[in-house]
Every structure is written in C-alpha cells, then in structure tokens.
Ligand binder design. Structure first.
Ligand code: AMP
Ligand code: ZN
Length: 476
C-alpha cells in the first residue's frame, strides 16, 4: 500500500519513498519552553505523532527516527528566569517536563531524539563556520548573516515573489546587512543574557540555524520529512532550507517532503499566546481524558484549519464512549465463550484495512474515523447475533486499528469510570458490596433497593461470571 503525503514544496500529494527504508527520518520543530503550551501547540505534536505511528507500522518500529527539538535559548525564557530570580535551566527543565507530560497524556510517543539548542552549540558554530567558508554567509559587526544572494533558490519553498521578500524585510534593515533579506546566524548577546564563545565573538545563535544544526546532529542531512505548523513555512523553513543546502553537508539536499499542519483556531483567530485566546493542554487534561482531546485534534484533516470548541471536545468524548462501549460489551460477552483463535472476520478485516488506507492517503483522519465506526458496528452486530468467532476477531481488529492511531489504549472499565471522582467510586464499590451481601442473605428487597440507589447515581451494574462490574450510564 502506498503512503502519499502532501508536500508543500511541490504543492501536491506525492507517493512517499524514503531514501533508505531501513532508516526513515523525520524532524518537527518543537516548542520554546518558558510556559505551559496551549492546545494549538499540540496540534503538530499529535499530527506528527500519528505520522510517526503510520511510518513505524509501514517500515518497522526501529526503522523510523523522529527528532523533535526544544528551543531553550530565547528572550522570553530569559525574562521568565529573571522575573522568578531562578537559573534559566530551572525554567526550561520545568516547562519541558510539563510539555512532555502533556504530550504523553495526549497519546504522543516520545520522539527518538529531543535535541536542545544549549546542547547543540558546537554543531551550530561549526555549521556557521562552514557557511562562511562556502561563501554562503558573512561576518559583520559581531554578527554573522546568511547571504541570500548566494542561494539562487531562495524563496522556492514559500513561493514568495522576490519583491515581496525584499519589501517584507525592508522594515528596519540593520546597517550591517548586504541585502535586506539576509538573516542572522549569530549575534552578540545583550548584557546579562546567556552567551557562548565563538570565532565571531561572544554571542548566541539565530533561531533558524539552531534547527538546521539539530537536524544534522540528530539525524544527518538530508532528511526524508520535515514538519511543523503552516506559520513556519516563511521565514523559518525557507531559511532552514537555504542554510542546509549551502552548508554543503547534505549533498545540497535538505528535506525531501515538507509537511505543514493548519492552525487550530479559537473563534475566528489562530490560537496564540500573543492574542491571549488560549486553552492550555495542562488545564484541559484536568477535565477531559487525553484520548478525547487527541480525537478532537484529529477530527479535521490536518491541513485544514480546525476550530476549537466545547462541542468539538464533547463530540470526541462521545465518539470514544461509543467505541469503548463496544469493547466493554464484547469483552463481557466473550468472558463466557471458548476462545476462537485463528478465525478471521473478513468484513471487519476490510474495515481495518480501510483505516490504514485512509491514513496512507495523506493522513485522512475523518475517513479513518468513519472506518473505525463501521468496524465497531460490525462487532456490536456480532455480539447481538451471539457469534463468538466474529466478535473475538472483530474486537481484536478494532483494538489494533484504534491503537494504530493512538486510541483505545485504556481498559474499557477504567475509561467509563474515569468520569467518576474518587468519592463516587468508593460509594459505588461499597453499594455493590452491600448488594452482594444482601443477595447472599437472599434479602431481595434490600438488593433491589440498592440497585435503585445505584441507578440514581447514574451507574449501571453488570453481573458476570467473575462478579459485578459497573460503568457510568450512556447519555441518551
Ligand atoms: P511556537 O511555540 O509558537 O513556536 O509553536 C510551536 C509549534 O506549534 C509550531 O510548529 C507552530 O507552527 C505550532 N503552532 C502554534 N500555534 C498553533 C496553532 N494555533 N495551531 C496549530 N499549530 C500551532
Ligand atoms: Zn525549526
């Protein structure tokens, strides 16, 4: 089955062919760690995690190398550290830990590599040196600038006309620039800011060179896939490409496929810290299960804009409730049945294949979700028909297809009980124990009364061969 991906460079969907199928490489631009990240920042995390999973499924878990960086040198980080009176590393470690915890709760696997700018400084300085030697950059007044005139393809990724690039850059042109479009590779630090020794004086790197050097160090150039949000196409990715090609480190190749996710919007506008219209993942995760937020982020195609609303999250939650209910009912049905290994439910297998096919079509998640529901409906129908073989096989396929997308990883019982707080849980457990005792004593009126009390708590009790289990009732 061919995986096709929409490549921003060619502005078309192209069949994906890695340079070396035993070593598939992907890099995605990561966060600046000075605060909790908002749910919009996690759209690329979840989208590229899905692609990571699809690539691992297609090429093997160990054949895919995924690097997602952390920017830990930035003015906003310096300010936060100064405001709190703590070392910079205290800030970056704190928010990197929070970011990784949120990403894990959203079902994202840890990338193979998570390079940090502060730990890549030697490679950054070496790459700037090579750019100067290759006549791709020049030093001026303590700065090093990339020489855009040295790269004939400058503008090729963003397809911006040259006049626009010049006009855009013309605002406030620094006197040491040969061309308004030239951008900073190295600059002096202001007093009190962190600085590193370099052949051009003490200072710090520009943002774009950091990613190019981290890619080279983590994965080697060129790479197969480079990803990020659509806002990064220009200038960040345009500049990364120029640096990577002119460094001469990847035989003048940088990335073979450029993928960009659309914005997550709040109302009409992009969710962003500067606009102040953000919902923090950290806060949302206190109210909603991570899988529901992940589902909401994947509810639209990744290249489209997506509007973040309460009803989007509620719909995601009830979509998952529907799937988990099928898993729960089918597990209970199968508990009393002999196992039927080795038999395949062919029509469920066709839906399972449709999930994978949809993902291979440029990560078409809406189509993948539709195929998951079809598969779940078949498992439900098999339970109604008491067809144990069809249930066992279909249920296995449903779990597998869900897992491929990072869903259905919870035990169904705990999924339904996760909505209940600890107080409710202990009350329910105590009532179930009392009911058990009442039934053992053949005190039927008391057992019925307790069942009524449980129903009033919106709890459904299911008696099975291994005792009673319970779940929060389905909403009508
Ligand atoms: P930033 O911390 O703003 O540099 O963003 C980190 C990553 O999140 C980049 O890939 C951005 O393109 C992406 N991003 C930031 N805000 C949004 C948003 N509202 N919707 C989608 N992606 C976003
Ligand atoms: Zn980057």
């Amino acid at each position: 089955m061919t995986l096709s991906l929409y490549d921003t460079m060619s502005r078309s969907k192209r069949p994906f062919a890695p340079k070396d199928p035993s070593r598939v490489t992907m890099y995605v631009c990561g966060p600046t760690v000075y605060n909790f990240a908002h749910i919009g920042n996690f759209r690329p995390v979840v989208v590229f995690d899905l692609l990571f999973r699809v690539l691992r499924d297609a090429y093997g878990d160990h054949a895919v190398l995924y690097a997602a960086n952390v920017t830990d040198v930035d003015d906003k980080i310096n300010k936060k550290a100064a405001d709190e009176g703590v070392p910079i590393r205290t800030i970056t470690d704190r928010y990197l830990d929070a970011y990784n915890a949120d990403a894990a709760a959203l079902g994202a696997l840890r990338p193979t590599f998570q390079p940090r700018v502060t730990e890549t400084m030697d490679a950054i300085i070496a790459m700037i040196g090579d750019l100067i030697r290759n006549n791709g950059a020049y030093a001026a007044e303590g700065h090093v600038l990339f020489d855009t005139q040295a790269f004939a393809d400058y503008g090729k990724l963003s397809k911006k006309p040259m006049d626009d690039l010049i006009a855009g850059a013309r605002v406030d042109v620094a006197p040491y620039k040969n061309d308004p479009r030239d951008f900073v590779l190295w600059k002096p630090s202001k007093p009190g800011e962190p600085e590193w020794e370099s052949p051009w004086g003490k200072g710090r790197p520009g943002w774009h060179i950091e990613c190019t050097a981290m890619i080279e160090e983590a994965l080697g150039l060129p790479i197969d896939i480079h990803g990020g949000g659509v806002d990064l196409i220009f200038p960040h990715h345009e500049n990364e490409l120029a640096q990577g090609v002119c460094s001469g480190h990847g035989e003048r190749e940088y990335a073979h496929y450029w993928l960009h996710n659309g914005f997550l919007n709040m109302g009409e506008e992009k969710m962003s810290k500067s606009l102040g219209n953000v919902a923090l993942a950290h806060d949302l995760l206190k109210t909603y299960p991570g899988e529901a937020l992940r589902w909401a982020l994947l509810a639209g195609h990744y290249r489209q804009e997506l509007e973040w609303t309460d009803s989007l999250i509620e719909q995601a939650k009830s979509a998952l409730d529907r799937l988990y209910r099928v898993l729960d009912d089918s597990a209970r049905f199968l508990a009393g049945e002999p196992s039927a290994d080795g038999w395949q439910n062919a029509s469920a297998a066709a839906d399972h294949a449709a999930v994978r096919a949809a993902l291979h079509d440029d990560l078409n998640t809406p189509a993948a979700f539709a195929a998951l529901f079809q598969l779940a409906d078949k498992v439900r129908a098999a339970v109604m028909a008491k067809d144990a073989r069809a249930v066992a096989s279909g249920r296995g396929l449903l779990v597998e297809a869900g897992n491929l997308m990072g869903f259905l990883t919870a035990d169904p019982q705990s999924w339904f009980q996760s909505g209940a707080d600890d107080d409710l849980k202990s009350r329910v457990e105590a009532l179930i124990a009392d009911r058990h005792a009442a039934r053992a004593a053949k005190n039927w009126p008391e057992a019925d009364r307790i069942r009524g009390e449980l129903a009033a708590l919106n709890v459904e009790v299911m008696d099975g061969p291994n005792g009673a289990t319970w779940r929060i009732k389905e909403q009508p």
